[in-house]
Each structure stands twice: as C-alpha cells, then as structure tokens.
Write a protein that binds this ligand. Structure first.
Ligand SMILES: [Zn+2]
Length: 238
C-alpha cells in the first residue's frame, strides 16, 4: 500500500503501561522527534503489577515506573508524558477512560496518534496472548480519536471548559505480526535501546533485549528494504 510521507508536527502515543510504546514505537518516535515533531506519551495505567520482585510494593513500583518512563521519553527526544493512573491489569473500556483520553487529545492536538492494535487478541506465531490492558488501551484510544474527540457535542462539559474538538489525521497501530506500513528505524535504533534501558525494573538484561529486538526489527525492516524497522497498521482518516 502506498502512503504519503508521514511528517507530523505533533505526535501522541497512547498505551497501557510504561514501556509499551518504547517496545513498539520508540524508534519511530525518535525519528519524528529528530525531524522536529513534539512527542508526547499518555500512559493509561499505573504499572503497579509489573514486577516479579516479591519485596516491592505497588506504591513503590508506581513511582519507579513513572520515573523510568520519563527517562525513556527523554531518551527518544520527547516532550512529556502524562499518566492517568488506572489500576494495572484491570483496564476497562469505559466512557470515563475515553473522556480522559479525549481531554488529552484535545489538549495536545496531535496529527498522529500511535497506539496498540486492539484487534490483536493473541499471536500463535509468537506464542502469547495479548495483555487485556493493551487491547483496552488501543480500543479506548481509537474510540477517543474517532468520533469522541472530534465533536463538540460529545462531552459538552469538556467543550465548556475550553477543550476544542480535534481531528487526528493519522493513526498508527503497533502490530508486530500484521502491517501495512513500516518505518525505517536503522538510524534511531540506538535511541530505542536507550529508552528501553531506562525501564530497568522491567528489563533485567538490556543486552539480551537488544539482541532479540534487533533480530525482530531486522525481519520487519527487511519487508520494506530497511536494515531495521518498526511495523504498524496505518490509517489515514478522511
Ligand atoms: Zn504492557
């Protein structure tokens, strides 16, 4: 599929957990930042369950993971990150979640939104069930982009508070298995690894992580003639 070059000025990444966007799209985000775009992250949950360290409390983990995500956003040249703080592993597709996302979309006014592909229920190829938070995050983000952020009569209380309607031009859905759009991350792969290294509570061996990510990025990039790539389903909204 042929697409016009993607040259966003403002990009909003929306994901369930700290580290999701860095695994899926940090190379792409870094490339957009280098080209002059403002990059923002919106993390929907508090990341309070993601640890196998039995001595750590959820409260400690929330603080650690926020700090790690802020460092990762810096590593890719991003501007900032917001946290909605919904409980990890319990994310539900509710109107209040969608309203919280709409508020951020109407504030940041992105021309590109990057989120998880909610149609990804499992990958038999790669042997995993997609985390329910990832699916909920992608679905709520898509619903927020269209139609909820677009119409002033949706959430009139937001409009009354000065949140003007906003139309996002392009959505990129992170999808490792199915794609219609591959971004060349050959030059930004090091920044992606720096972003992932920031998530020290999640990544115990950054060398090993780099190795498997490089192998995967090589396979994905090879589909489009790039040394390293990240893959998406791209939707240009009419
Ligand atoms: Zn996750």
């Amino acid at each position: 599929m042929q697409f016009a070059p993607l040259e966003p000025k403002v990009v909003l990444g929306i994901a369930a957990h700290p580290d999701d966007l860095d695994y899926g799209a940090a190379g792409t985000m870094a490339g957009f930042a280098e080209a002059g775009a403002d990059i923002h992250y919106l993390i929907l949950t508090d990341g309070s369950k993601g640890s196998d360290n039995s001595t750590i409390s959820s409260a400690e983990l929330i603080k650690i993971r926020e700090k790690e995500q802020r460092q990762a956003v810096k590593a890719i040249g991003g501007k900032g990150v917001d946290f909605l703080g919904y409980p990890d592993a319990e994310l539900q597709i509710t109107m209040s979640l969608k309203k919280d996302i709409v508020r951020v979309i109407r504030t940041i006014k992105p021309d590109v939104v990057i989120t998880m592909d909610p149609s990804m229920l499992y990958s038999a190829n790669r042997g995993f069930i997609n985390h329910p938070d990832h699916r909920a995050a992608g679905q709520a983000a898509l619903d927020a982009v269209f139609p909820l952020a677009r119409d002033h009569l949706t959430f009139p209380e937001l409009y009354a508070d000065g949140y003007e309607p906003h139309k996002t031009k392009t959505v990129l859905l992170v999808n490792f298995d199915n794609n219609n759009f591959i971004v060349d991350i050959s030059k930004t792969f090091d920044k992606k690894i720096a972003a992932l290294a920031a998530h020290a509570s999640q990544v115990s061996d950054i060398g090993a992580t780099e190795q498997w990510l490089k192998a995967m990025a090589g396979k994905i990039g090879g589909q489009a003639g790039y040394a390293l790539g990240e893959s998406f389903m791209r939707i240009d909204l009419q």
